[in-house]
Design a protein around this ligand. Structure first.
Ligand code: 4AD
Ligand code: MG
Length: 551
């Protein structure tokens, strides 16, 4: 009940019908603007005619009636608990005789039901909750998504942020004025509608609104995004509006669910969230993709990864994760690269490469399951083949880099041992499996300075990449870290990294070093795969790419 939900001081526009106890009708001449609750007050003469929708002002009340109203209410209804709940007072800004009716958390229970005979309730609700209000008249606030008219019927597609519902207006079924307004309302105008909820299996979402009232908050003029397709550049230039479109709306909700799954997964397993800095003094993932910024009289780099700081925190908390934006000055204009993207990076003390892979597969399975459970409707909206995600269960295949090279060549894609994978290689390999595949033990020269070498083969680094199926490429990069001081000092020199900037990192090997490892999962890569869409730029609200910094 709206009455129950009304917070203190919020005018809920309690409409009191004073016509008669029996008929209980006729109080309001403006059904599109009636109040959320209609109640009858028996044996009190009709004194109210109409309520002002915006302010909750009650008009048409003369002074003596005001008194009678107060009296009636106090005699009949303000006993006991209701006393502090319902208050009728004169509106300070209004002429004599006009009052407003405020309801302060009116409890709707048996006691009040005995006082007020509820004839009709009008609850403000949202599209995702319409199923709870079948047969009731409700108020929905939102925007016009689209419209169709067939002479005597208007179909208004109304979106309210939680979903889209079709509102139907039939000429004659509501005031003429309202029907005409329905014909004039433009795409993306903001509005308030009143209507009865009907279950209709043919309607998108399964419910429909039989409209009785329409109030325009703002009539939008010439909304630039038509519902037919536009080119990607046009859409990206209008990203601030494009976010309202059905598919973009669905993608953001999948992203939200993925983020929640990520946090829940680590929180449930006693990982501590550690926020790592964005201004950093040095590279983590190679100097070629560093963004340099002026830092007072010095220079700094935007973080490519939080990992090195995560390692420090893992020595303090054992199991940690960081989750935030990371930056790569990627000059490549591919559908898998952003210059600003979100990465989640767990780091764990006393964990070797196998442990890293165990954690990674459990994690990815968890995210997929959670999204399947909570965002099925959105995945369907996007036309995602859900069976492909349902197949994603542990164990994930684990193959060495050397085996992967053979498989890629066998698939007819050229691949020389010693090189990193490009998109064609990742795609060729990923397509061979129905779930993500983990490729481990990489040629050390393809990987970062911090990876531990394989004691069986010094050419190899104990790194792992997780490659998605269906051609979605690398989701995860991770490794067991080099934990020996001297070896790490040697690597820093080999990779030509500025030693001073890494002194603190070397301290972690000086004071109580232990085997440890972790990985980074790219959120946008993961959401692109979950949604089954072409390009990862649609998975972040405002993508940053080579040549794109607007809006
Ligand atoms: O493989 P990467 O570079 O690994 C690291 O940064 C490690 N320091 C992580 C760690 O061990 N803590 O990046 C990890 C993931 C990639 O697998 C990919 O999903 C994503 O981050 N990623 C990008 N996503 C979008 N745009 C880019 N330019 C990306 N670069 C990496
Ligand atoms: Mg990588």
């Amino acid at each position: 009940m709206s009455v129950q939900k009304a917070g203190i001081l919020r005018i809920i526009r309690l409409q009191v019908d004073f016509s008669s106890a029996k008929s209980g009708r006729g109080a309001c001449k403006n059904p599109g603007k009636t109040a959320p609750v209609t109640v009858t007050v028996p044996a009190v003469p009709r004194i109210l005619t109409c309520s002002h929708p915006a302010a909750g002002c009650w008009t048409g009340l003369r002074r003596p009636q005001h008194g009678r109203l107060k009296q009636a209410i106090s005699v009949h209804y303000l006993r006991g608990r209701l006393k502090n709940c319902l208050k009728i007072q004169r509106h300070p800004g209004h002429a004599r005789g006009k009052i407003i009716c405020k309801a302060f958390r009116v409890p709707y229970n048996l006691a009040t039901q005995n006082c007020f005979q509820v004839l009709r309730t009008m609850t403000e609700t949202t599209v995702n909750k319409l199923r709870e209000h079948v047969g009731e008249e409700v108020v929905v606030k939102g925007w016009l998504y689209n419209k169709r008219s067939k002479g005597k019927i208007h179909f208004l597609l109304i979106r309210d942020g939680t979903g889209i519902v079709q509102g139907v207006m039939v000429k004659g079924g509501l005031p003429d004025e309202t029907f005409q307004l329905g014909g004039r309302v433009t795409q993306e105008s903001s509005l308030v509608v009143t209507g009865t909820v009907r279950k209709d299996d043919r309607a998108p979402g399964g419910y429909e609104l039989e409209l009785r009232g329409l109030e325009i908050i703002q009539m939008a003029k010439d909304y630039p995004i038509a519902l037919q397709s536009h080119g990607p550049d046009f859409l990206l230039d209008h990203r601030h509006l494009w976010l309202r479109s059905r598919n973009q709306h669905a993608i953001m909700r999948v992203r939200h669910a993925a983020v929640k799954a990520i946090r829940d997964f680590f929180d449930e397993r006693d990982f501590v969230l550690i926020d790592t800095p964005i201004f950093t003094p040095a590279a983590c993932e190679g100097t070629s993709t560093l963004f340099e910024v002026k830092y007072f009289d010095d220079k700094a780099y935007l973080a490519q990864s939080g990992q090195l700081y995560g390692e420090a925190a893992a020595m303090a908390h054992r199991k940690i994760y960081c989750f935030g934006p990371t930056f790569r000055a990627e000059k490549s204009k591919t559908r898998r690269h952003l210059t600003e993207f979100w990465m989640v990076e767990p780091e764990v003390a006393f964990l070797d490469l196998d442990g890293v892979m165990d954690l990674a597969e459990e994690f990815v399975e968890y995210i997929v399951q959670f999204v399947l459970k909570t965002r099925r409707v959105e995945l369907e909206t996007l036309g995602r083949d859900i069976s492909k995600l349902e197949a994603v269960g542990r164990p994930f295949p684990r193959i060495t880099y050397t085996e992967a090279v053979e498989k890629i060549n066998a698939a007819g894609v050229e691949m020389e041992w010693g090189n990193d994978f490009g998109a064609p290689q990742e795609t060729a390999l990923g397509r061979r499996y129905d779930r993500p595949v983990m490729v481990h033990r990489w040629p050390a020269r393809t990987k970062a300075f911090y990876m531990k070498r394989d004691s069986q083969d010094e050419r190899l680094a104990l790194g792992v990449d997780m490659i998605a199926p269906e051609g979605y490429g690398e989701l995860i990069g991770g490794a067991q870290r080099e934990d020996d001081l001297e070896t790490l000092e040697k690597r820093i020199a080999e990779y030509n990294l500025p030693r001073e900037a890494f002194e603190w990192y070397l301290d972690l090997r000086r004071y109580g070093t232990v085997p440890h490892g972790g990985f980074g999962l790219g959120l946008e890569r993961t959401v692109t795969w979950l949604c089954g869409i072409e390009h990862l730029r649609e998975t972040i609200p405002f993508p940053r790419m080579l040549y794109r910094l607007y809006p």
